[in-house]
Each structure stands twice: as C-alpha cells, then as structure tokens.
Ligand binder design. Structure first.
Ligand SMILES: Cc1ncc(C[n+]2csc(CCOP(=O)(O)OP(=O)(O)O)c2C)c(N)n1
Ligand code: SF4
Ligand code: SF4
Length: 1301
C-alpha cells in the first residue's frame, strides 16, 4: 500500500497528504511494534534500535507555500541521548519547594508566553510566573515571559492555541473544571500537532460535590484528546518531568499534559535538587531542539509564507487525516525515553516511562501512577524486608501507551497484578489504567498462547486526596494472595454498601512505621488565618536550607474560610523522605489552641513519649487539670509525653500581634526540637520574618521579632500527674453508631456532621451517605466553634434599638429579641431587657443578644453601634452566662410580623435564614446574603456560583441556610463557577413552567369540576384566590399556606384533578430566584452567561458580591479589580480600570440595576433588594463587599468606615435604576443615592494594603494611577448626577416591556 494518499472531495476539494512513504519506518517495523512478544523489554535507550521518529516537516521559512503544505510528515533528526556518564554534573542547588514551584521553574525557563487562570491547586504556578515576569526575570532564551490572565480556562486555552499557531513557545497551568473547559481546544492543539506543555495539578471533578483535592479524574477526562500524558510522582519529579515534557513536546510535536497530584504533590514542600537553567539552555541548543523550535516557528501562521488551518472536512478525507497522525504517536515513546535520558545526563537522576522497583523475582506487583507509588514503594521495601517477593510498577507515560515497553518492565516471575487507579469511571468494566494494562496483558497472551496466565485485578484509591498509606498497599498485596482476589475493589474507605473495600492489612499493622530510620515527625494544630501554616512553611524551609537534612511539609485544612482547623505535617531526617501521606505518629506536637484538646482527637497522632506543647491560658497543672476532659488526661497519662505549657496568646498580645501566636509557637519548636542551635534558629527566624512581612511594613516585622524574643521565657515544662491515669472517663467517642443513609436533618447532624466536624469523617462508612450529596438545612447550628477571643455584650442603658448591630453582623451571631413580659418569667437572671420602642412594638420587651459560641469576634457590631451600647468582653468571662441567655432568646417565638420587613429595623426582626457560616471574621459578603434571607428567605431559591459564597455557604457538612418555624427556608444549589447565570435562569424557567401548569390545572378544576366529590367551598374559594394572584408573591404565598391543610384534608376524598393539584402543592408558593456570585464569576468567567440572562427579560434577580478580586482562590485580579490595586496575577498593580458592569446592564434599558454598599447605607440596600425582587424582569444588585484581602490597615472591624469612605469619595457610587418608574419631570428611572462627594479618595488608598503595595514599590506609577482614578470618579459622579436629573445617557434602544410571567 502506498503510504501517500491523496483524496479529493468533490464537495470540499480538500486534499490530505500523509507522511511520504519513503520517510516512514518500514511498514513491517510498524506492524511488528504492535505485536507483543513474551519478555520483550522496552527498546534500549538510544537511537540505534529505536524506530525512526517523525518530524512534522523539514522547515524553511523561504520555502514555497505549496511545498510547505505537502510536507507535514518528514523526519525530525532523532538525537540519540547522551550517555549519563559522559556529562560532568554540576553540583545541584538544593532547595525546599512545593510541586507547583518545582514545575513552574521549568515552565518559566522554557516558555515565552502563558495565559493563566486561577484554580486550586494549580493557581500557584500562574502566580509564580506572573510574579517572575513582573520582576523581569528572563528565561533561557533571554526573554521575559508574557503572562496574561484570561477570563476563564476556555479563554486561556483559546489564547494558548492562538499563541502556538503564531509560533511561540506557550504553556499554561490548570486542573479539574478548568481542564474540562480546555477540552475543545486541546483537541485542536493536538490535531494540529503542536508542541505545548500544560502543567496540571490533578484534581477531583465536581460531581455530587465539588472537591479541591487531588485525584486523576480530570486528567483521565482528557486522555482521549490526543495529548501525551506524563505523570510526576513526587516534588522532585514535578521539576524533572516538567523538563522531560517540554523536551519531548519539541521532539514529538505532540502536546503534553504534565500532571502531578493536586495538593499531595503540588502543595507538599520537599527538598529538591534544582536543574540549572544553564543546563537547560545547553540542552535546548542541541540541533534536535533548535531545529524543532525553528520548525515550530516556520510553520506558524505568517503572511510571508501563508497557509490555512482549521478547515472543514467531509466524510471523504477526515478519517484519513486523523490516521495520518499515527506515526507521531507510534514514535513518541522513543522521544520520551530520549528526553528522559537527557535529563538524566544533566541531573544524574534516571527515569523511565514505566519503571519497576522491587524484588527481581517478585510474584506480585502493583501498577500505579502518581504520588501513591511512593507509599507502595515503602510497602514493597517493608514486605521484601520481611521475606516477601513483591514490586511496584510506576507508570509515568500514560499516553501514548506502549504495551510492549510496559510489559517488558514486569519481571517474568510475576503472576499476580493489581492495577490501582486514582479515579472512578462509573459503570465501566474497570478504570482506565486497569483497562489499559488488562488489554496489554490480553494481547500478550493472545500472541503467546503457551505462556502461563497472569491474574489481574483493578482497584481504586485516594479519590479527593483520601489518605493512601503503605498499609493500604500491603492490603492490596494481601488481596492478591486471597484464593479469589477481589476485583474492582477500593482501599482507604469502608464500603459497607457494595462491599468493595479491602479489609485492613494484617501484615502491616497500624502504628508500624515504614519511614527511613531517624525521620523526625511533627504535627502543628493551628487555626485558619492564625499564621501557623505560614510559619511552618518558613520553618521547614529554614531546616532544609540550613541543615544537611531532607525535609517535607504538608498542610491539611478544613473548609472554613478562617477560624477553621489547620494541621501542619512536618518531617525531616537524614534520608530522602517520600511518605506521601499525613504524619501518623508525631515525635513533636504543638496544639496552638487549647480548645482543640477537647474538640478533636489530637492525641491520636502523638507518639508515646513524644513532645507535646500546648498553648493555654491554664499554665499550671492544677488549672489545666480542671480544664482538660478526663479522657484527654487519661490518654496523656498513657502516652507520657514531655508536656510543655505556654500562654502564647499573652506573649503575642504583649508583642502587639493580637491573636497571632504563630511566631511564639515556632520559636518554641526550634527551642525544643534542637534541630538548629537556638542562636542560629533565632537569627534565621528573624530573617525570614523580615522577608515575609516586608510587604506589610516595618512595624509588623518589629512586632514579630518581639514575639520571637519573648517566647522562650514563657515556656514551662510540667510533669503529668500520676493521678491522671486513674481518672474516670466517659466513652471516648460519643458519636452514635452510623446508620444507613442518614436521612433526617437530626440524623444527619448526629451521624454525619458531628463526626466530620470532629475531623473524623475518614471513619464514616459508605452506607451513611446519600449518594447525591444533598445536605439538610441549618447544620451550622451544631458547630459552636467558640473562636472569638472577645465577644460583644449589650449595655441596655445606651441602646436606642436601631438593630444596626444585627444588620452588619456577618455571622448572624447577634440579634434583637422581642418578648411579651410574661414570656420572661423563666428567663435567666442576666437576661435583662428594656421596653421595646417603635410602632407595633408597644408592650413588648427588647434585648440584643449575642451567641458567644457563634460570634467570631470581628468587632464589626461594636464599631457599627451608633450609641456605644456594645462592649467587647473576653469570651471566657461571658461564655456561660451569655450562652444561657442566647439559648433562652432562641426559645422565644419569633415576632416577625409586627414591623415592615422592608425597613432596616424591621428586617432585623425577621429570622435570618442564613446563620453561622464559615466566612472570615468581618466578611463583607455574608451580610448581603443574610439580609436576602430576612427579606425573602421563606421563598428563596439561590443559584450560587462557585466562590467564597459557595464555600462559606455550602461546604459539607456545614449548611448555614436554615428554616423558619414552618420549615420553610432558602433552597440553595451550586452548579459550577462558569455557568451560574444560566443555571439560575434554568431554575427560574423550570419553576415558572411548573407553576403555570399548576395554574392551568387549578383553573380547569375551578371551571369544570368533574370530580366525583367536588372540593369544599372553602377550598374552592382559596384555590380561586390563588389562581387570581398566583404571580403576586405576597398574596400567593399567604393563600398557599392556607391551602396546605385544606388540600391535605380533602386529597383522599376528592377526585384525580384535585389529587393532581395536591401532588404539585409545593408550587403554590411563588419562589424568588436569586443568582448569586462574586465578581470573578460576574465580570469574567460567567459574564457571557450573565449577559445573556440580562438580555433575557425573565423574572430573575442577580446579586453580585463584589470583593474586587477572586477571593476564594486567594485574591487574583478580576475585571472588577480597581486600577493600581496589587492583586495576584497583577503583581505589578492593575493597569486597567474596573469594568462598569452596572452601566453595561443599564444599557439594556429594561434591567433593574442597583449599586449598593450595605455598610455605607443600610436603607438603600434594603430598598434596592426589595425593588429588585418586585421588578418583574431581570434585576442586578451590585454589592460592595469588603474582604480581608483588601488589607484594611485597621482590620475588618473598620469595614464600615472604609465603605462609607468609598461611597463618600465616589469610589463606589450608590444608585438605583428602575425601569418600572414612569419617567416624568419629577420621577426618573435613575436615582443617585450617593450624596455630594466628600473626603479624599487618596485617604482610602492609604488605608488599604492592596493600594499601598504599589505605593511602596512604584510610588510614581501609583500616584499617577490614583490621580487618574480621582479624576474619573469625579467625571462619573457628574454623569450620574445628570442622569438622575433626567439627562440622556442610559438606554439608547427602546425599552422592551417585561415578559408576562
Ligand atoms: C472552571 C473553573 N475555573 C476556576 C475555578 C476556581 N475558582 C473557584 S472560585 C474562584 C474565584 C471566585 O471569585 P469570585 O467570583 O470573585 O468570588 P469570591 O470568591 O470573590 O466570592 C475560582 C477562580 C473553578 N471552580 N472553575
Ligand atoms: S463581633 Fe462580629 S460576629 Fe460577633 S456578634 Fe459582633 S458582628 Fe457578629
Ligand atoms: S469574601 Fe473575603 S472576607 Fe469573605 S470569606 Fe471570602 S476571603 Fe473571607
């Protein structure tokens, strides 16, 4: 057969030319390569035996076009790898870093262009390249990388495709949903045989729930796109394989996904040996790469030698063109081998695409890809050391798969194979790698019918970073030895439903370590935002950089935005540390918050005889003995740690650090661990503090230095009293036993939520979960975190009953109570009250009550109170009394119908149906959503974009959305980040459709009751009132409530028409649909959908919580970020102005638009939400939301003053544009709610670190931008004043009437 085919489509006249036959390897060699031969080893590394690889073309920029177009199959000269020994290695620079940084270094060194978008845990790579570019760092070509943040990963992939088509060396970083958004362009980039590397921190996908943690679901979802896939198994490999991928992509002209495990590798800090850029430069100057780069550039789009790409093809040629690319895949393996050998030559570290480690005569082998291989390797060493014969086959190259090379790595002695996949392909015959290996084995057996059969089973592990320990690997080996090994198994969980999980290992019992001798393990229990994680990152870097020890650090977090639990896992020792799993038995444990001793099973991770440091206000044995629960004392007596106590909070406070105990606890660690001499440790600590806090100014540095100096004097060693061994204890784990599918709200709270909140979710069996992942309402009520150091206490004598404290509280932790005097008979003695003021409240008693357990101590309420009627008091001094008061206040009936709920005061007499969320202290987003639930909560449906609001609002098991006494409350769902507007529109449309259908049924029923038994007159009358007003929420919902018992009473006696109405009775209520999300969603990734919804005319409401950055992912720039602000991905300060979303929306003419600032104008936001909800079309409410990422210098407690300043200076104008208003000389649709401009906008800039960073770094540029902003703020204000006076300027087009709904 002629390898060159030319087919002409009569329709398209498109020609397709495969690689010229003369240049292909002999056909026989290609066929032979498909045949698997027993014992066939991978081709030896080197060119001699490798089939010739293919070039995309021999390139010459001056070549005639026609010839260029026909030569896309010529051979690229295959460069034999240099022998490792021939290269004199440089002394490597050792450095502690995480996997993201390790990969980013290489990506930056060899790429010229990057388009980035944040997504955890890949964001760090984008941040680093952005930062290096802003610093002017050059790559190996002498260029500063061009880094551009896009509006989404869809955009990043499209721009990447374009940059590649233009001949640049381009790269990007992503994972999970971001990777999924790239799929269409991934096909294009691979289809056009374009060299490119995409670095991926492999992460779980959003299914029944989102998860930011690591597994291979995302990368397995792109395995069909034509990209090569290369996996790194460790932090060192993330560095080395990154280079292999960049080299191999040039060699093969295939794009590469280089991936490593999200969090486990991307966020693990380990000591690595860095590759010198000079070595990379030398490598790339080799002719094979120089030619490949030249070639990439010369086949780029260029009008001096043009061609066309991306055509449409018909059935005549499309298929052949797809097959024409086969040689590129057939030969990629050899190129990867060659690239690996070249990396070996400059690093001394050798790698193979498939690498076997273990007994040469092993009978059992585990096949695995990613960081889990290191745990298996530890298990293999352990088992082989105890007389077994086992091994692990590590897969690095997953695509293109080379069966013969894979099988060639397997020792011939192997008879049993277990393939472990870190993904789940529901309903498949097995997971992808299992299927790949099984197919390879099957082919081998077909080709060699006489060979002994090997058994193969597949299993899953480690989804969403579920722990995978050496003992799990041993359990897998044990399964292979079972008479009938389990197939399709899981490890690391207890599956008591389909019983697929393997039992715990017998051969490697819990508590037996497989770490190298001399490894020192530490655990630090901290609180989110208390600085513990940052301090430990510094500590491990200090150790790794200043001792000969190898070091590793990993950090685990719970889902709260702040005030949650963080656990830092540190290891260091004389040997290389693999251990891709959490510390199991710590030699050193620090518990930075005393309440953790009772709340969590901290001691489960402490080695007997280890060191335990407790930060506590109880610094004597006697006082501690009174504080600690009996069970903890008994455990301590059994473990006999060396126990140290320190009141680190006092030290921190007296050093001016408030509640940040991190530096105190770090100093103690260096003191007790002895890993460095104390003098050296202190000097290094101070140096790292100076560097870390430089951005925050010299005062912050000095305070931290003071804390270091004061720490050791406050440390006390205490003996554990012998009597603690004999204390009487209750059951250690009071959590009730699990029952299948915890259905009811209270069952869920007890059986799922409580263990999860106690950090014991890993122990929950499969049966306890509902697979769709639904969470009942109001579960945050059981959290009772007690994280405030001070809480507000009411001074009744000063109170004027404005309810402002409750209005601004982000956590719904302070509320007004109303009671009939008689209801107070059984009130606690401290539950004082005053006569209630205001219309409708006569005769009632009034009180403001805080929930001390739920307050976060943000101090917003005390700042907001205009009457000085709240005083912050230490939590411990008021906890008991105020908690009893709170419980009593909650037991009182909610008197929510006495005042108009659309007034500021009246809104706060409504029960907030969003309470105790996981948001940061003082968060500016939550009060808006809380208010929404007070205005419309009993009929609210929220479509929530991914972002902070979906994390503080929906991190299982914590659901802050709760119900009123009738059981009604917000129904809340998150679809994705990018599609929230469309999701909300879908909800509204679906609901409307169902309600209209119900309306028709009711009307039919009323018009011609054919029922055998007609509905009663009372029911008919209620139904007809409903039918008349079903679109008027206020009337419809009152009637709907009346109808419920009537329908209930008659549902069995009346006929099928009424039964049908009864079946749909939950549609009698008119819901209010709100589409809620942040600025990243609304201005960037979701803007296309948002714009479509704005144009739709449907009755939906949109609430944009504008923090002016992507808060949830750590503060990256969005198009809402103001000019000059320094954000991540805008390391040099944002140079472009903020997008005016309000103006865009108003340009439609029929969209209700409000710009609000809850902290600056309480009444305006209530008005805006109420009007927006009433408006029968699309409404958009923009909400200025102070965020801790703004870096307000006096803290989030000043968010109110800061917001007022933003409004007063015109930085954030307040307005409402209401298309329902009939324009005349005295009524205008546009209403400017901001008063006259006052104050100095430069003062605002001076208060917030986001603006100050640029002032410090580039004062000239900052000043210039601030002047520009000042000017444009005045211009805009003038424009708005004109509009408010009825001047022209908003909707130029005709205003469409609202849709009939
Ligand atoms: C397709 C996709 N890309 C990226 C992400 C990661 N991500 C989650 S939330 C978020 C930022 C949200 O910012 P914003 O909309 O401003 O809301 P905020 O967190 O400020 O409330 C990002 C980038 C994602 N979930 N999905
Ligand atoms: S201190 Fe903050 S969280 Fe506590 S009640 Fe006041 S506003 Fe709410
Ligand atoms: S918006 Fe800001 S303050 Fe609120 S939870 Fe997110 S990061 Fe914290």
């Amino acid at each position: 057969m002629d390898a060159t085919m030319k087919m002409t489509s009569s329709a398209s006249k498109i020609s397709c030319r495969a690689a010229p036959g003369s240049l292909l390897p002999p056909l026989s060699s290609r066929v032979a390569s498909k045949r698997i031969v027993i014992g066939a080893a991978a081709p030896p590394e080197g060119a001699a035996t490798a089939p010739a690889p293919f070039d995309i073309r021999s390139s010459d920029p001056l070549r005639p076009v026609a010839s260029n177009a026909r030569t896309s199959g010529n051979i690229l000269p295959f460069a034999p790898p240099e022998a490792t020994s021939s290269k004199k290695l440089r002394t490597p620079r050792k450095a502690p870093m995480d996997g993201n940084e390790a990969a980013a270094h290489v990506a930056y060194a060899v790429s010229d262009v990057s388009f980035i978008y944040p997504i955890t845990p890949a964001t760090v790579m984008g941040e680093l390249v952005d930062q290096w570019a802003a610093e002017g760092k050059t790559n190996v070509f002498g260029n500063v990388m061009s880094v551009t943040e896009m509006e989404s990963e869809t955009g990043a992939a499209g721009a990447l495709h374009g940059a590649l088509a233009a001949g640049s060396l381009a790269t990007t970083f992503t994972c999970s949903q971001g990777l999924l958004l790239m799929v269409p362009n991934m096909y294009k980039i691979a289809g056009e045989l374009t060299p490119c590397v995409l670095h991926v921190t492999a992460r779980a996908l959003a299914r029944h729930a989102l998860s930011i943690f690591g597994d291979h679901q995302d990368v397995m979802a792109v395995r069909q796109t034509g990209w090569a896939m290369l996996c790194s198994h460790s932090v060192q490999e993330a560095h080395d394989m990154a280079l292999v991928a960049h080299l191999a992509t040039l060699r093969t002209s295939l794009p590469f996904v280089h991936f490593f495990d999200g969090f486990r590798t991307s966020h693990e800090i380990n000591t690595i040996e860095m590759i010198d850029n000079a070595d990379i430069q030398e490598l790339l100057s080799k002719s094979v790469y120089a030619e490949a780069i030249r070639h990439h550039r010369t086949r780029a789009l260029n009008p001096t030698h043009p061609h066309q790409r991306g055509t449409a093809q018909g059935s005549d040629v499309y298929f052949q063109c797809v097959e024409a690319a086969n040689p590129f895949y057939d030969n990629a393996f050899e190129h990867v081998l060659a690239a690996m050998a070249e990396v070996t030559a400059i690093t001394g570290r050798s790698y193979k695409p498939y690498e076997y480690v273990g007994a040469p005569d092993a009978d059992k082998v585990i096949v695995i890809m990613g960081s889990g291989s290191q745990a298996v390797e530890e298990a293999v060493e352990y088992l082989n050391g105890t007389g077994h014969r086992v091994g692990v086959l590590k897969v690095r190259l997953f695509r293109p798969w080379r069966s013969e090379s894979f099988l060639g790595e397997l020792p011939s002695s192997v008879s049993k194979i277990a393939v472990l996949d870190r993904t789940k392909e529901s309903g498949a015959a097995g997971e992808p790698m299992y299927q790949q290996v099984a197919a390879a084995l099957h082919q081998l057996e077909l080709d060699n019918p006489t060979m002994p059969r090997r058994s193969i089973v597949g299993g899953r592990f480690g989804l969403a970073s579920k722990e995978f320990l050496p003992s799990h690997a041993v359990a897998v080996f044990e399964n292979l030895d079972a008479p009938t090994p389990m197939r399709d198994f899981t490890v690391g969980i207890m599956d008591d439903v389909t019983r697929r999980s393997l039992p715990p290992s017998q051969l490697l019992p819990a508590g037996v370590s497989t770490l190298p001798p001399g490894t020192f393990e530490c655990l630090f229990w901290g609180m989110g935002s208390d600085g513990t994680v940052g301090a430990n990152k510094e500590a491990i870097k200090i150790i790794a950089s200043n001792t000969p020890l190898s070091a590793q650090a990993y950090f685990s977090y719970d889902a709260h935005k702040s005030g949650g639990v963080t656990v830092s896992h540190l290891r260091f020792g004389p040997s290389k540390i693999r251990a891709p799993y959490l510390v199991q038995q710590a030699d050193y444990m620090a518990v930075n918050h005393q309440s953790y001793m009772a709340k969590y099973d901290t001691l489960a991770g402490l080695k007997p005889g280890g060191v335990l440091v407790l930060n506590t206000t109880f610094t004597t044995v006697e006082s501690l003995s009174k504080y600690l629960p009996a069970s903890v004392k008994k455990r301590l007596a059994a473990l006999q740690p060396r126990l140290y106590l320190i009141d680190a909070l006092s030290v921190a406070r007296s050093s001016g650090l408030g509640k940040h105990v991190n530096m105190v606890m770090q100093t103690v660690f260096f003191n007790l661990s002895g890993v460095l001499t104390m003098d050296k440790a202190i000097a290094l600590l101070k140096k790292s503090i100076s560097k870390a806090y430089e951005r925050k100014g010299p005062e912050v540095v000095a305070k931290n230095h003071a804390a270091v100096d004061a720490a050791i004097a406050a440390l006390k060693h205490v003996e554990i009293p012998a009597s603690w061994a004999d204390v009487q204890t209750a059951a250690l784990h009071p959590n009730p036993p699990a029952k299948t599918n915890s259905g009811s709200r209270w069952e869920f709270m007890e059986q799922v939520a409580r263990p999860m909140l106690a950090l014991e979710g890993d122990k929950l069996p499969v049966s306890i979960f509902s697979p769709e992942g639904f969470v009942p309402p109001g579960t945050t009520i059981i959290e009772k975190r007690a994280i405030a150091s001070q809480v507000p206490v009411w001074k009744s004598e000063n109170c004027t009953q404005c309810n402002i404290c409750a209005f601004v509280c982000p956590h719904a932790a302070i509320r007004p109570s109303l009671a009939q005097p008689g209801e107070l008979a059984n009130a606690p003695a401290a539950f004082t009250s005053i006569p209630a003021k205001g219309p409708g409240l006569q005769g009632l008693q009034y009180r403001i009550q805080v929930s001390p357990y739920d307050c976060t101590g943000c101090d917003l309420c005390t700042h907001a109170c205009p009457d000085n009627a709240l005083e912050a008091k230490p939590l411990s001094s008021v906890l008991e009394v105020e908690n009893a008061n709170w419980d009593f206040a909650r037991s009182l009936p909610v008197l929510d119908n006495l005042m108009d709920r659309t007034s500021v005061k009246g809104s706060q007499l409504q029960q907030p149906l969003m309470e105790f969320s996981g948001a940061c202290e003082g968060c500016g987003e939550t009060p808006y959503v809380k208010l929404l639930t007070q205005l419309f909560g009993d009929r609210l449906i929220i479509a929530n974009a991914t972002g902070c609001s979906s994390i503080w609002g929906g991190s299982a098991p914590s659901n802050p959305y709760t119900t009123n006494a009738d059981g009604y409350g917000p129904a809340w769902a998150n679809s994705l980040f990018e599609d929230n507007a469309q999701f909300g529109l879908g909800i509204a449309t679906g609901t409307l459709q169902r309600r209209q259908a119900l309306h028709r049924r009711v009307e039919q029923l009323l018009a011609a009751p054919q029922e055998a038994v007609a509905p009663s007159e009372k029911l008919r009358s209620a139904l007809s009132r409903w039918a008349e007003h079903y679109q008027d929420a206020e009337v419809a919902n009152v009637v709907a409530k009346e109808l419920q018992p009537l329908l209930e009473a008659e549902k069995d006696t009346a006929g099928p028409a009424l039964a049908a109405v009864y079946a749909e009775r939950d549609m009698l209520h008119k819901p209010s649909t709100w589409i809620v999300g942040g600025d990243g969603w609304a201005y960037d990734i979701g803007f296309g959908g948002l714009d479509h919804v704005l144009a739709s005319g449907e009755n939906v409401n949109i609430l944009v919580l504008d923090t002016e950055v992507y808060s949830n992912t750590g503060g990256q720039r969005s198009k809402a970020t103001p000019m000059s602000a320094v954000a991540k991905f805008a390391a040099g300060g944002k140079e472009r102005p903020k997008k005016d979303l309000g103006a865009i929306a108003m340009s439609y003419g029929d969209v209700y638009v409000a710009s609000t600032s809850l902290h600056a104008n309480y009444g305006q936001v209530v008005k805006a939400m109420t009007e927006a909800e009433r408006y029968p079309g699309v409404s958009l409410v923009l909400c200025y939301s102070p965020c801790m990422l703004h870096g307000i210098s006096s803290g989030m407690c000043s968010a109110i003053d800061e917001s007022k300043m933003a409004v007063d200076t015109g930085y954030w104008p307040l307005y409402r544009y209401n298309p329902a208003v009939k324009e005349d000389s005295s009524h205008h649709r546009f209403q400017l709610d901001s008063k006259k401009l006052k104050g100095d906008i430069h003062e605002l800039f001076a208060h917030e670190n986001r603006f100050q960073i640029l002032e410090r770094k580039a004062p000239e540029a900052a000043r210039h931008m601030h002047e520009v902003m000042d000017e444009s703020v005045h211009e805009r204000f003038q424009k708005y004043k004109n509009l408010a006076a009825g001047g022209p300027g908003i909707a130029s087009q005709q205003q469409a009437p609202p849709k009939q709904q």
